[in-house]
Design a protein. Structure first.
Lengths: 247, 123
């Protein structure tokens, strides 16, 4: 048993390959044979992964040394590398066609998300501009939140809330996207780019699109990756000034 | 050789990261702004331009496609290492803001899509 544990910890990444492979095999089978493909197997696998993460800790399942390799497979290096690789299937002409609206969707997405976040924060009892801006920024992504919060000198528990908000968003997008995809016309490169710009959270967008139609991943991811940049740019500066004027 | 494709991918990725980092510095953020996006753009553009003259060897392409197809497994692994418990215990503010603010944007997807299509017809 001790030997097995040693082998697992020593070859973390390989263990992660095996676990993810088994997980996908099972849920693809489950989706096909039990649910008649009504819910994509990938969406189920992601959902299951989130449930597994819940039973882990701060680093999800990677909190256990036995599964520490999952942090390597699911870390930002391989995530970004594989996202870039998906661009191989993207068409340059499609990108050009939706380019301008894609950029516009970024600004609209960040603004709307931020201000709805601020309003809800206000309704739930936060009144000072720093807290409100931090909460609104957290609604953008879990990176925009803490960057904005620390720039404005918000307290650590507020920053924790803003990170939590961003994580909730990622999870929500991951689960809900394949379910509503048809209804919002998310079935072509153009709408995928607009979707990526409006929603932001690269991991959520790409995971949601992967479960919807893997061909759309590069288009959504392409715009989504600029979202955090736009958010980090606007939230602690222009948006904070606006919030301070109002509250 | 598959490694040629993977190396080309790595080059685009790293160049994108450099651009993103410089952009971040230029606007005064200690972070990477759109590095992944620039990497993707580079890959698409170089492939589009050079691909016509020198079609990348099929074997080299296979290297890139392999990593592209690893995307979904990576996402599943990523989901397994998220701090889900903290997200749920961040209180109702986090849950409500996260869902409502995001949900609102979903309604805009068809609006902007329609808008971009009508714009196309005019121009």
């Amino acid at each position: 048993m001790v030997e097995l544990e040693q082998i697992f910890t020593k070859n973390g990444l390989i263990v992660a390959f095996l676990i993810v492979g088994i997980l996908m095999l099972f849920f693809n089978w489950f989706s096909r044979n039990v649910l008649n493909n009504r819910i994509p197997g990938v969406a189920l696998a992601i959902l299951a992964a989130l449930v597994i993460a819940y039973f882990g800790g701060e680093k999800g399942i990677a909190s256990y040394p036995l599964f520490a390799g999952m942090a390597l497979l699911g870390g930002s290096m391989l995530r970004d590398f594989t996202v870039v690789a998906t661009a191989m299937g993207a068409s340059f002409d499609e990108l050009k066609k939706t380019g301008l609206v894609g950029v516009l969707s970024l600004f609209i997405g960040v603004s709307i998300t931020f201000f709805i976040g601020v309003v809800i924060g206000y309704l739930m009892g936060y009144t000072d501009p720093v807290s409100l801006t931090t909460i609104g920024a957290g609604a953008c992504t879990y990176i925009v939140g803490p960057i904005t919060g620390s720039a404005l000198g918000a307290s650590t528990d507020l920053i924790a809330i803003s990170i939590a908000t961003g994580v909730v968003k990622t999870i929500f997008v991951t689960i809900i996207t394949p379910i509503v995809a048809k209804r919002i016309g998310l079935d072509n490169p153009g709408s995928a780019m607009i979707f990526g710009g409006l929603i932001g959270t690269t991991s959520g967008v790409a995971a949601g699109l992967a479960a919807t139609d893997p061909k759309l991943v590069p288009y959504g991811a392409m715009t989504a990756t600029f979202y955090t940049g736009v958010g980090v740019l606007l939230c602690p500066s222009v948006f904070f000034v606006v919030v301070r004027l109002v509250f | 050789m598959k490694i040629y494709g993977v190396a080309f991918l790595a080059l685009c990725f790293l160049l994108g990261q450099v651009i993103g980092q410089l952009l971040g510095k230029a606007i005064g953020i200690d972070g990477n702004v759109g590095g992944v996006g620039f990497g993707m753009l580079l890959l698409v553009i170089i492939n589009d331009r050079l691909g016509k003259k020198y079609p990348m060897l099929q074997e080299s392409k296979a290297g890139i496609y392999f990593w592209g197809s690893m995307y979904i497994p990576v996402v599943i692994a990523m989901s397994m290492i998220l701090n889900v418990r903290a997200a749920l215990s961040g209180g109702w503010v986090a849950v409500i803001v996260g869902i409502v603010a995001t949900g609102a944007c979903y309604f805009l997807v068809p609006v902007l899509t329609k808008w971009s299509k009508s714009g196309e017809k005019i121009s």
